[in-house]
Design a protein around this ligand. Structure first.
Ligand code: GLA
Length: 341
């Protein structure tokens, strides 16, 4: 009996020692004295954000800091993540917020812990719904990239010599997200400027920014326009356009009468790798590599050298990737490891 008690005590002590070792590793001692910075993203399932994380890690390796990667799909998880970051001794974080309206709450919490904040992709909104322009932001040039989408769709339509009279635009919108609204508006503006009839451009809002949401939105639009023979699909990113294209397929359309062009590029790889072409013609590939690396590099320099990043950094470079060139273009950007073959 006595021996058993002793054994139990020894085991308890041993596990306590183990616990305190792992606690040390978490709370920061020995090699973990290295600077920690967070990278919080709203949709970790998107290739876009996985790519940002991968390039944030590259910056971490270069400058010797740890990147704490956290998924923040909603407001509660976001605020909890900030508590966890502060408890782990992090000095700041990069964030793509799940909801721009969380901006003031995120900033208040970050301030209470003395954490520095750099936003990426989606801009915070204040209580009045206006952009919080005093929080450093790195994002794609939304209107310009949207315009490129509209121009590329029009050019491809002309190349195929489609009859404009029987062609329509399915524009899947997400207007509550400013970057999405600006991309889609830019695309529609460019289509009109090229000469596409405004009356044949139909907008439909998606309830969620994913393939199923866009699929439902696309379906509800298609049933209202049974006479359309060819569709151009506009949306704020690859998943939105993929959802729209899937909806057209459900109504019997295919690669010969649908042209969809996404935005993000990295979310289009498996679609463009398919043996047979689909209505998803291509995607505009911006620079998730730059967003991921530069956002956290700016944060690092702010924490280390007190060099505050500019309020706005716009990333403009974009290339149209299609089934013909996507492998080569991804490799050029150092994203070749995303290709599975
Ligand atoms: C938004 C979208 C993402 C991606 C980024 C790029 O956050 O939801 O899919 O396009 O913008 O800035």
């Amino acid at each position: 009996m006595k021996a058993l008690t002793k054994g139990l005590i020894a085991a308890a002590l041993a596990s306590a020692a183990l616990l305190s070792q792992s606690a040390n590793a978490f709370w920061g001692s020995s090699k973990d004295d290295q600077l920690k910075l967070g990278y919080l993203v709203k949709q970790p399932e998107e290739a876009w954000f996985q790519t940002e994380w991968a390039f944030a890690d590259k910056a971490g390796k270069k400058y010797h800091f740890d990147v704490l990667k956290m998924a923040v799909p909603d407001g509660e998880k976001t605020l909890n993540a900030i508590d966890t970051l502060a408890a782990s001794g992090a000095k700041g974080f990069v964030i793509c917020t799940p909801d721009p309206k969380l901006g003031p709450a995120i900033m208040a919490k970050a301030k209470s812990y003395g954490l520095k904040v750099v936003t990426v992709d989606d801009q915070f909104l204040n209580a009045k719904g206006k952009p919080m322009t005093n929080v450093p932001l790195i994002m794609m040039a939304a209107s310009e990239i949207g315009e490129r989408q509209g121009q590329a769709l029009y050019q491809e339509m002309q190349k195929r010599k489609w009859d404009v009279k029987t062609t329509a635009v399915m524009a899947i919108t997400a207007d509550e997200l400013d970057t999405a609204r600006r991309r889609v508006d830019g695309s529609i503006k460019a289509l009109k400027a090229s000469g596409f009839p405004a009356a044949q451009i139909y907008r439909v809002p998606t309830k969620s920014n994913d393939i199923p949401g866009a699929f439902n939105a696309g379906n509800s639009l298609l049933v209202q326009h049974p006479d359309v023979k060819q569709w151009l699909v506009v949306g704020m990113n690859d998943n939105t356009v993929l959802g729209g294209v899937r909806a057209t397929e459900g109504q019997g359309f295919n690669a010969s009468n649908v042209i969809g062009i996404g935005i993000n590029g990295v979310g289009a790889i498996s679609e463009l790798s398919k043996k047979e072409a689909t209505g998803f013609y291509g995607s505009l590939l911006p620079s998730p590599d730059i967003h991921g690396f530069k956002s956290i590099e700016m944060l690092y320099k702010w924490v280390e050298d007190g060099k505050r990043p500019p309020n706005m950094t716009k990333v403009k470079d974009v290339v149209l990737i299609t089934r013909d060139n996507f492998r080569a273009e991804l490799k050029k950007k150092g994203l070749g490891n995303l290709l599975n073959n």
